[in-house]
Design a protein around this ligand. Structure first.
Ligand code: NDP
Length: 380
């Protein structure tokens, strides 16, 4: 089933981090892998449900919502019968649904942990949106529940499935000299009248603000680009410009220091025109990504003095490639072939732990906080 389209192999040198094969090879299995989608909000309805049309191995087989009429409307559109529609109250019945192999949790952040545990208790695999959860303890519970159930836990880091990300990592490994400085900025404007922003402004549902929601792309991206984890972080939260931001960080800036000597500095904001930038300055050349983490049109430029080459999404030739369907297929392939996941619970937890360390720094006068946790994958 593997396609041979001349796309470069996944970049080597990612240490313990498996990287997804964008060619989606699968050994066998004509039956498609069934997903239940939990939470029919903006991301689920606008990005994930339509993406199943371009999946090779996955399909949507159940919907879970607090609004059964919305579930019925979408069920009709996607050919899902009433017997596969669930509410949050009767969700646990999904254990008896043979059409559901995995549950994809697309709820407000503070609900991720409970629904992950319920899904594992129902005997399903889990794909959970970023951020994995709002505390490290919740992440630990989620990982433990997956292990107990003998099921896989994947985190929704869609950018890992963008060929531009792969190209950037390949260039970072081979063509910039020694990585020195990362700059990463993510932000957007907030519309408080849009329900999708309301829970983001409420700490008990979001766990935090711009850093949790958008800055996480820079945190995860820096770690993957350098193939290294920071040993110290420092952060500053700017005073809110509007009372609607009183519970969460509207704008935050941070520094992450690495043992290699590299440093990443970043920002995230809920009160700027859309930004999604990632720059990596090496001793010999730099990489510029702008946009770096958008849904469709990312690009990476390799720049030396007087010479720039740019790669952007349309230049890659894998048909029907989009991050969402590649991500959905990845879990299906990992289960069928028993191959490693690209974005594990352990990786998701490391981002949450670093974000918590940044908040700790910001709430203690921007003091540096050590994140030198050794080989943290062994300590989980
Ligand atoms: P939305 O607010 O648009 O959708 C969330 C949905 O969750 C709601 O529509 C609702 O669905 C359900 N829900 C259940 N309980 C609550 C509650 N108490 N308050 C609000 N909603 C509730 O959010 P998004 O779709 O933008 O985000 C959902 C998750 O997806 C978040 O974790 C977010 O970080 C992540 N996300 C990831 C993106 C990515 O690029 N990887 C992009 C955007 C979001 P229903 O009415 O069906 O019950």
């Amino acid at each position: 089933m593997a396609q041979s389209l001349g796309f470069p192999a996944p970049p080597a040198g990612l240490g313990k981090r498996p990287y997804p094969n964008l060619l989606r090879p699968m050994n066998d299995g004509p039956r498609k892998f069934g997903y239940a989608i939990v939470g029919l909000g903006k991301y689920a309805v606008n990005q994930i449900l339509p993406a199943f049309a371009e999946c090779e191995y996955a399909k949507v087989t159940a919907l879970v919502s607090g609004d059964i009429n919305k579930a019925r409307r979408l069920g009709k559109h996607y050919g899902i019968e009433e017997s596969h529609l669930y509410t949050y109250d009767n969700f646990d019945k999904i254990a008896q649904d043979p059409e559901v192999d995995a549950v994809y949790i697309i709820l407000p952040n503070s609900l991720h942990a409970d629904f992950t545990e319920r899904s594992f208790r129902a005997g399903k695999h889990v794909l959970c949106e970023k951020p994995m959860a709002v505390t490290v303890e919740e992440c630990q519970r989620m990982i433990a529940a997956g292990k107990k159930a003998g099921k896989k836990l994947m985190i929704g880091y869609r950018c890992h499935f963008d060929p531009v990300t792969h190209k950037a990592i390949e260039l970072a490994r081979t063509s910039i000299g020694k990585p020195q400085i990362i700059t990463t900025d993510n932000g957007d404007n907030t519309d408080p009248t849009d329900p999708t922003y309301q829970w983001r402004l409420t700490r008990s549902l979001s766990g935090g603000g711009a850093l949790m929601d958008l800055g996480i792309y820079g945190v995860n991206g820096s770690r993957y680009m350098l193939n290294e984890d920071p040993i110290e972080v420092q952060a500053t939260i700017m005073p809110p410009s509007d009372p609607m931001f009183r519970e969460i960080d509207e704008t935050i800036v941070w520094i992450m220091k690495y043992r290699s000597g590299a440093v990443a500095h970043g920002s995230a904001s809920f009160n700027v025109n859309a930004m999604s930038r990632f720059n990596l300055q090496g001793t010999d050349a730099s990489l510029r990504m702008d946009p770096a983490t958008s849904y469709w049109c990312n690009s990476v430029s390799h720049c030396t003095t007087g010479d720039t080459h740019t790669w952007s999404t349309p230049m890659f030739t894998i048909p029907a490639l989009n991050q969402f369907s590649a991500q959905l297929d990845h879990l299906a392939i990992s289960v069928a072939n028993n191959t490693p996941l690209a974005a594990t619970g352990e990786e998701g937890m490391q981002d949450v732990r670093l974000i918590q360390a940044m908040y700790q720094s910001a709430h203690s006068g921007s003091r540096p906080v050590s994140t030198d946790w050794g080989d943290w994958r062994k300590t989980i």
